[in-house]
Structure formats: structure tokens, C-alpha cells
Design a protein around this ligand. Structure first.
Ligand SMILES: NC(=O)c1ccc[n+]([C@@H]2O[C@H](COP(=O)([O-])OP(=O)(O)OC[C@H]3O[C@@H](n4cnc5c(N)ncnc54)[C@H](O)[C@@H]3O)[C@@H](O)[C@H]2O)c1
Length: 237
């Protein structure tokens, strides 16, 4: 496939490595608004775009893909307040969008385990639940998008939790989340259920960024020749 990398930072470079290993061609690399000027004609030849840029630039890049009929895989986070509008536009314009808050296959399995555990805990109110997420110090958002998804899944499954807050001291009907920022941590999420007598912890640790890059590459291959909106569950389960 001929690929456009929209965002050529840490993730863009990792995806490039995987794409080349899988015999794809990187036709263009966009790392700023200005980069578009020299690549506007190349974009017409692209089979799929993979977007890992910034919350401030992702919507403009998605719109460019929709306008040029280029299927797009979106990994950038913190734009989901606009998700409904983007989904509507995608359908209206008969375009192709694959988005995921987390492209790691392991994290998506972890999402399912989290929901199952919350379901089991509905009949065990002696357990308090809380969450910790650890990421590299450059990460701007807290809690992480992955932590928010995990928290939303707990709230919608576990009857005794109504909301989450970025503060571990909370309990009652509020799920406490602690965000820790340390150097060189790609992403760790720990969910703990604790009673007076024991603790159950489920934990996902990303060892590197490769897992996200492979998932995004698989998503790009998955949407080739398809129309519509896709998420990880459509590809994995
Ligand atoms: N969904 C996932 O699985 C997943 C995994 C890792 C990171 N992310 C997200 O992906 C995004 C990028 O992560 P990163 O670690 O590569 O960040 P990064 O800061 O290393 O890279 C972002 C790049 O975007 C570039 N950029 C700026 N303006 C642009 C524009 N108009 N068009 C294209 N690129 C532009 C920047 O120059 C920078 O190189 C973040 O939002 C991050 O949270 C998602």
C-alpha cells in the first residue's frame, strides 16, 4: 500500500518502520501544516493515511483525508468531543475512518477483562475499586484516554460507581484515578479491587510503542478497500 504518515513524531516514525518491514511504501510524511504544500498532489495517489499528530491538528488532517477520498486511521487522542460530528461527516461523504483510543491489541483485550471483572464485582460490594495510570512525563493529558475508557467501562458496568475523578482519595459512588508521570514509561494501567481481606489487581504494561504501531498498521491494512467507520472491536473480536 502507498501510505501517508500524518504526524511524523514518535509514533509516526515507529509506524514507518513497521510499514517498511511489511513491504508498504511511505509516499509522504506530514509533520506540520506547511508540509502539505509540497505534497498536495502526492496525496491523490495514497491508499491510506495514518494520523498520529496533535489534538490541535488532527481534525484538519481528517478533513483533508475525507476531501481527497483517502481512508484514514486515527491514533491521535483528545479530540473525541468532536467524534459525533466527524462520524456524521464520514458517513455523509461515504468515507473511511478507523479510530482507536489505543491501538495495542493487548490493551483492547484488557478492556474486555476490565468489563468482565466489573460485572462480577456487582454482587461483591465489599470491594472498593480504584485505578492508577503511569505515563512518560511529556504526556499532556491526564488521565490518559485509555484510563478514561477503562473508567467509563467500569461506571457503565459497576452499579455502585456513578462517575470518575482524577483523585485517588475519592470513594463512595466516585471512582478515583491516580495519574503518575515518569520518564520513559510508554503506558501502564492498573485497576485494583480491594476488600478488608484481599486485593485483586489487573494490570497492563506497554513495554514500548511497537504494540501501538503494529495495531495501527493492522488497522490500515484492514480498511483497505472498505467504506465506513471502524474500531478495534471490529478488527479483533
Ligand atoms: N491511539 C493510540 O494507540 C496512541 C498511541 C500512542 C500515542 N497516541 C497519540 O498519538 C498522538 C501522537 O503521539 P506521538 O507520541 O507520536 O507524539 P509526538 O509529539 O512525538 O508527534 C506528533 C507530531 O505531530 C507533528 N505535527 C504538528 N502539526 C502537524 C500537522 N498539521 N500535521 C501533521 N503532523 C503535525 C509534530 O511536529 C510532531 O512531530 C498523541 O495524541 C498521542 O496521545 C495514540
Amino acid at each position: 500500500m502507498k501510505i501517508a504518515l500524518l504526524g511524523y513524531g514518535k509514533m509516526g516514525k515507529e509506524i514507518e518502520r513497521i510499514a517498511l518491514e511489511r513491504n508498504h511504501e511511505i509516499l509522504m510524511r506530514i509533520d506540520s501544516f506547511e508540509d502539505w504544500n509540497e505534497h498536495i498532489y502526492d496525496f491523490l495517489k495514497v491508499d491510506v493515511a495514518i494520523e498520529f499528530s496533535t489534538p490541535a491538528t488532527v481534525l484538519d488532517n481528517i478533513m483533508k483525508c475525507f476531501s481527497a477520498n483517502v481512508p484514514v486511521v486515527v491514533g491521535t487522542t483528545s479530540w473525541y468531543s468532536q467524534l459525533d460530528t466527524v462520524r456524521e461527516l464520514c458517513i455523509e461523504k461515504n468515507q473511511t475512518l478507523f479510530y482507536a483510543i489505543n491501538f495495542s491489541v493487548g490493551v483492547n483485550i484488557f478492556f474486555q477483562i476490565n468489563k468482565k471483572l466489573a460485572q462480577l464485582m456487582n454482587s461483591h460490594s465489599e470491594y472498593e475499586v480504584y485505578m492508577e495510570e503511569i505515563h512518560h512525563a511529556q504526556k499532556l493529558d491526564a488521565p490518559s484516554g485509555t484510563a478514561i475508557t477503562l473508567a467509563d467501562d467500569i461506571i457503565s458496568t459497576l452499579n455502585r460507581k456513578e462517575n470518575w475523578i482524577n483523585n485517588l482519595d475519592e470513594s463512595g459512588d466516585v471512582l478515583g484515578i491516580k495519574s503518575v508521570r515518569e520518564s520513559n514509561v510508554p503506558g501502564t494501567h492498573i485497576i485494583t479491587y480491594e476488600s478488608a481481606n484481599d486485593m485483586i489487581e489487573i494490570k497492563h504494561t506497554a513495554k514500548n510503542r511497537l504494540g501501538f504501531a503494529i495495531g495501527a498498521m493492522l488497522a490500515a491494512e484492514f480498511i483497505a478497500g472498505k467504506k465506513g467507520i471502524y474500531e478495534m472491536k471490529d478488527m479483533l473480536f
